[in-house]
Unconditional design. Sequence first.
Length: 102
Amino acid sequence: MTDNLLHLTLVFPDELEAAVLDALGAVAPDQPYTLLHGTGHGRDFAHASSRERVRGQVGRCALWLVGAPAALDALIAALRARIHSRDLVWWTLPVSAFGDFS
């Protein structure tokens, strides 16, 4: 049953990628995740390049993982303790089904 699983999404600027992955590796080294690179429009363009300002989009990473609520709460707390940035945002969603094709 997957009633107790959540999907965690972390979204952050490209320049935080190393810090997020280092923190995740230190806190939950066996946690599988998916990392995507793209662009987005956030609330702050203070660190945007000239190209990003013209386009109206900045580089963003999105990291997805699935886990139990207590484990994700601990992971979020650990990330918050290691990375202090309002540009690292997160949210969770319930997982209605989860599995593989083995």
